[in-house]
Design a protein around this ligand. Structure first.
Ligand SMILES: Cc1ncc(COP(=O)(O)O)c(C=O)c1O
Length: 370
């Protein structure tokens, strides 16, 4: 009798374990099936990247003794023909560190009204560097030399001295718009003639270069500092490198420390970035091609009011009044597709290395079926 009861209990337990296991498995499958187009920051490290991270040789980077971090910093600097690099946990930190080393409190920084350094870094430039932003409503996030010239403050005790111009290439809020080398050269000339400094938020600089065909070395010649992110289209889980002269990077190292960004065995993460440099740049054009296919689909749909020109991997579009953002996102969610609401009627898709042709086909079907 006792044995039968035990057997019943045991089989119940097995049954519950099997049900729970199946449920967990299905949950994981559903999560894996999700097409996440909110940002290119949602990518997960590939098998090859994880293997590179696993195999990384590491040390204490605050002591400058992590060989993989050192290699990444030098390799990124060499790629852009710049003297030195500094590995930081985020693009926000590389941008804020650049502003800190290139300005003095009470000075002014010229940037686009949509610039990440102004709009999405929590007012960091005022807090960290004591500077104000002089905003220009540019062309989809891009500034022209004339715009900049018009906003340089005259020498006057009432005005904050203009000291820095910051560009973003590609422009996130501008829908992935990019500068050509020629446009950046013109800005460089103006900046030098006016004794200013020039920073590039190059979170997606490789997306821009994939389209223009310009070389990173030519870009490197134009800027005092460049921030290059590995956790966007390049698919690494974390990290950005700030590039500049050796002298500036020495200063930046101290700023990174005071910002709390000194990491220890960061080589595991740097290995992912090195892997990305070697493997994930050439393929960026695939993301751009898929983004353009989405653009073409959106332009055919009656519930779409407007689509910003798609230049790289970011698609920003406006819904007409027949469909709210909430309903649109809700319908996508029914098909395990995620997108980002960027303002009232505006939605953003960003293509990336975890977004395949198969997912593109499904997305197009869902969009056409709405
Ligand atoms: C243009 C641009 N700059 C900087 C950043 C900041 O990068 P992080 O999220 O690593 O701080 C982002 C993030 O998306 C970005 O799009």
């Amino acid at each position: 009798m006792v044995d039968i009861n035990n057997a019943v209990m045991a089989s119940k337990r097995v049954f519950i374990i099997v049900i729970c296991g199946t449920f967990a498995y299905l949950q994981i499958q559903i999560m894996n099936m999700t097409t996440d187009l909110r940002s290119d920051t949602f990518t997960k490290p590939s098998k090859g990247m994880l293997e590179a991270m696993w195999a990384a040789e590491v040390g204490d980077d605050v002591f400058g003794e992590d060989p993989t971090v050192n290699k990444l910093e030098q390799k990124t600097a060499d790629t852009f023909g710049m003297e030195a690099g500094l590995y930081c946990p985020s693009g926000t930190m590389t941008n804020q560190t650049a502003i800190k080393i290139l300005t003095q409190p009470l000075q002014e920084v010229i940037c686009d009204v949509q610039a990440h350094i102004y709009k999405y870094e929590t007012g960091g430039m005022a807090f960290n560097s004591g500077v104000t932003a002089r905003l220009i409503d540019g062309d989809r996030g891009r500034l022209s030399p004339q715009d900049i010239l018009n906003h340089i403050n005259a020498e006057n005790v009432h005005f904050a001295p203009t000291s820095l111009v910051a560009l973003e290439n590609t422009s996130n809020r501008g829908g992935g718009s990019y500068y050509t080398l020629y446009q950046m050269k013109e800005i460089n000339e103006l900046v030098r003639n006016n004794d200013l400094k020039l920073h590039l938020d190059g979170a997606r600089i490789f997306n821009a270069l994939a389209e223009t065909g310009d070389s990173p070395e030519d870009v490197g010649k134009l800027f005092d500092t460049i921030s290059v992110c590995f956790s966007k289209g390049l698919g690494a889980p974390v990290g950005s490198v700030l590039l500049s002269s050796k002298e500036n990077i020495n200063k930046a190292r101290r700023i990174r420390k005071v910002f709390g960004g000194g990491m220890r065995q960061a080589g595991f993460m740097a290995a992912a970035a090195l892997y990305a440099l070697d493997n994930n740049i050439e393929r960026l054009k695939e993301d751009h091609k898929r983004a353009k296919q989405i653009e073409a689909t959106l332009k055919e749909l009656t519930y779409i009011e407007n689509v910003l020109p798609v230049d790289t991997n970011i698609i920003i579009f406006e819904l007409n009044r027949s469909l709210s953002n909430k309903d649109f996102l809700g319908k996508l969610a029914q098909h395990h597709i995620k997108a980002l609401s960027t303002s009232n009627q505006t939605i953003r898709f960003v293509t990336h290395l975890d977004f395949t042709d198969e997912m593109l086909g499904d997305l197009v079907k869902v969009l056409k079926g709405m």
